[in-house]
Design a protein around this ligand. Structure first.
Ligand code: ATP
Ligand code: MG
Length: 564
């Protein structure tokens, strides 16, 4: 017996107009269809239909986490400060953390994520290698004082997250726990009916699959990623690489000095010489741990300082200031060329390949040089991918022009290693009787965010349109209005319920058929069964919410169809 929810007894108020502050589709529709209500900025109440969808997502997540041997626990959201002091995150989180004091003035926080507390629990509960591996998870309310809480439940200050943590004694064990999560996530998002891509979250230089994000392509997404239209390559924009391809067999003339007065920028230079910016070599000076370093990229490309910083970490990268040029006759500001930089480390984008020729600074005021050839006139000390990726850049796998798309991050899996185990000295007794330091993984899914991501991907101009697995009901039975129609609607609803079909039945009196139909489209249950014109004959009309296809069926036929 599945639930038959009568709309005459359901607390629901649908809205005809979009809420004034809503920008994204999911925000508008979830509010208009009566799934959620804003309680405060980034803080949401889940109303009856919304709670059902949220629970359905949570159920799928639970089933797949249980299937990989995950054990569900529930840790507090209100946490003491000390463990977060130990990990350094009490300070690192800055304004993102909600901090509270108790009546005695002691510091607490509302948990943004729980690595510290899980590490402590396992330290308390597990003492031998025989107790591991272990995967623990919870579905719980998280708190983050996000700078821009917008887009409804997509980015809340209070939200539901499934967070899990794996504990292993060996690196191979961690890789295995990570792989289990990756597969579980693939099953979860497929069952939810979400279109998603898995992208490497960090650049190859930092070790490939140690961290991956699950992205749901959607216009409302706040993440940009690259997607190859020809193969299945997808990546975080920071992780895109460009293959170094030396050019051989091309003869270039000798370096030639050019008079280029008043051309301190690439634009003024290209205009003065009548060339495209891509023929020029731009040399950005930065300080790496205080030492001046030059970074060469084609003149039409931008340097991504974040990417550069990631490549050079833990070294600190800063921009140079006028003072850094004092006493450096070799550095002529605005006219730097790598052919004169003997004392400066030269980092270049792989597009500056051996054998390529460039127009670049001549290391003299108002002068540039032509035919400056990489490998002949200057050497590159390190090749690093440092340019901002652009639409049309070649796919590193197949060479096709890449597309830049927007997406919502719905999940994140991460091989943490021993960072938290080191902080809390989490050891277990190994096979040889000696203590072994435990290695960890941490894995998140935005459960409430997934509801919004699903709404974004599946809605159409009429309203929401849920995949059956997450829908608040399997079928929405609509009684057009007359007593006879209501009778038939309730009769078929009862039979469907008895057959295990979840029913939402619109039996509201005094509501026009037009409003009921509009509401059924807005609410987005995947099948709509109407007791209308032919009710006297016991015939109903079944409409597919997505395709709009209609079919006339008797009560028995409708029950058979919806239980198939
Ligand atoms: P984002 O970059 O979107 O802020 P994040 O990198 O901070 O996400 P994690 O710390 O990895 O996210 O959290 C795990 C998951 O929790 C994310 O993949 C996302 O689905 C969800 N999540 C994170 N922040 C929020 C939020 N403010 N509202 C709703 N869901 C969130
Ligand atoms: Mg965040």
């Amino acid at each position: 017996m599945a639930q038959v929810q009568r709309m005459s007894r359901l607390m629901i108020k649908t809205l005809r107009d979009d809420p004034a502050d809503a920008e994204t589709l999911s925000h508008k529709l979830l509010v208009r269809a009566g799934y959620v209500r804003r309680t405060s900025a980034g803080i949401w109440s889940w109303l009856p239909l919304g709670k059902k969808v949220l629970e359905n997502v949570a159920r799928v997540v639970r089933e797949e986490m249980d299937a990989i041997g995950g054990q569900e626990v529930l840790l507090p959201a209100l946490l003491p400060r000390e463990p977060y002091d130990a990990s350094g995150r009490w300070d690192e989180y800055g304004d993102l953390l909600f901090r509270v004091k108790d009546r005695k003035g002691a510091d607490y926080l509302l948990g943004p994520t729980h690595e510290e507390i899980f590490t402590q629990i396992v330290k308390d509960q597990c003492s031998s290698y025989k107790d591991l591996p272990v995967i623990l998870y919870q579905i719980q309310t998280k708190y983050r004082d996000e700078a821009r809480p917008r887009s409804g439940v997509l980015r809340g200050r209070e939200f539901q997250m499934k967070d899990s943590y794996s504990f292993d004694t060996t690196d191979e064990g961690l890789v295995e726990s990570y792989a289990l999560h990756r597969e579980a996530y693939q099953k979860i998002f497929a069952r939810l009916g979400l279109d998603y891509r898995i992208v490497s979250a960090v650049s190859g230089a930092m070790g490939g699959s140690a961290s991956e994000e699950f992205l749901a392509p959607a216009a409302a997404g706040e993440d940009t990623f690259v997607d190859c239209p020809a193969c299945d390559y997808a990546a975080n924009t920071e992780a895109v690489t460009f293959a170094l391809a030396p050019v051989e067999g091309v003869e270039h003339g000798p370096v030639e000095e050019l008079d280029t007065p008043d051309t301190p920028t690439i634009e003024t230079l290209a205009e003065h010489l009548g060339v495209t910016a891509s023929a020029t070599l731009k040399n950005l000076l930065v300080k790496v741990d205080g030492e001046i370093v030059a970074v060469g990229v084609p003149g039409d490309r931008e340097v991504d300082l974040g990417k550069l910083g990631e490549h050079l970490a833990p070294a600190v990268v800063e921009l140079v200031t006028a003072e850094d040029f004092v006493g450096r006759a070799d550095l002529v500001r605005g006219y730097v060329g790598p052919q004169g930089l003997d004392k400066v480390r030269y980092i270049a984008d792989p597009r500056v390949a051996p054998g390529t020729a460039w127009i670049t600074g001549a290391n003299k005021a108002d002068k540039h040089a032509r035919n400056v050839v990489c490998g002949r006139d200057f050497e590159v000390d390190d090749y690093l991918d440092v340019v901002v990726v652009e639409e049309g850049d070649p796919c590193p796998v197949c060479g096709t022009g890449l597309k830049l798309d927007r997406a919502i991050e719905i999940g994140h899996i991460f091989q943490l290693g021993r960072k938290y185990a080191d902080t809390f000295q989490l050891d277990v007794l190994g096979q040889n009787g000696k203590p072994v330091r435990v290695t960890m993984g941490s894995y998140g899914i935005g459960v409430s965010r997934a509801v919004a991501a699903l709404a974004e991907q599946s809605a159409d101009s009429q309203g929401l349109c849920w995949p059956r697995e997450v829908a608040p009901a399997d079928v929405h039975v609509v009684a057009a209005g007359k007593a006879l129609q209501t009778e038939l609607a309730l009769d078929v609803s009862e039979k469907l319920g008895a057959a295990g079909v979840r029913v939402l039945v619109d039996d509201r009196a005094g509501v026009s058929p037009g409003v009921k139909f509009t509401d059924s489209e807005l609410i987005g249950v995947p099948q709509i069964l109407v007791a209308g014109r032919r009710s006297a004959e016991g015939v109903l009309e079944l409409k597919d919410r997505r395709t709009g296809e209609r079919e006339e069926l008797t009560v028995a036929e409708a029950v058979a169809r919806l239980t198939a």
